[in-house]
Design a protein. Structure first.
Length: 180
């Protein structure tokens, strides 16, 4: 795990230094360097989760981009004995992405989600902001000239198994990207 963290940080740091060189910065207009996209997710069963997470990114160089997004998750958990816990989770994310091969990329993401936390010990419910720091990689498949599909595997290095809305520190994301 430490090797993955070091690799992601080195790849992103190296590209940040490279991004300061004028010859690496895309020559296109501002609008040509923007892209939009997002992730959709769903899980059904004893835990029901539906996620919508749009984002906007900016290509700093041909290989490096950064951006931000928002997240909304509807979450329902079966507590047993015909009791359920239902909540709405929302928040924001900041991300950076480095393409190291034609279709593969390393990524890091900071996510902060406001969620209602159910304390099984005393049955209380409180809303808290829960941070997540994800590192990982993904695959991007172009669809036409300015669009594409991506799938990423991310690992939350500060995962809280009591409060996180995710079942595991490992999160798989499927999304799309549309450029201008």
């Amino acid at each position: 795990m430490k090797k993955i963290i070091v690799f992601a940080l080195v790849a992103l740091s190296a590209n940040l230094a490279k991004a300061q060189s004028p010859q690496d910065i895309s020559k296109g207009r501002f609008i040509d360097r923007l892209y939009v996209g997002g992730n959709l997710g769903a899980q059904f069963g004893s835990v029901t989760s539906v996620e919508v997470s749009p984002l906007v990114g900016y290509r700093i160089t041909n290989d490096f981009s950064a951006g931000l997004g928002i997240t909304y998750i509807y979450y329902k958990f079966d507590l047993g004995n015909s009791n359920t816990f239902e909540t709405n989770i929302y928040g924001y994310k900041l991300f950076a992405r480095h393409n190291f091969l034609e279709k593969f990329y390393a990524t890091t993401e900071f996510e902060n989600l406001s969620l209602e936390y159910y304390n099984r010990t005393d049955g209380s419910i409180s809303r808290e902001w829960i941070p997540g720091l994800f590192i990982g990689g993904g695959y991007f498949e172009p669809i036409g000239r300015n669009a594409g599909f991506n799938i990423a595997a991310l690992y939350n290095v500060i995962y809280d198994d009591q409060k996180s809305p995710y079942n595991s520190p490992l999160v798989l994301r499927i999304g799309f990207t549309l450029g201008f």
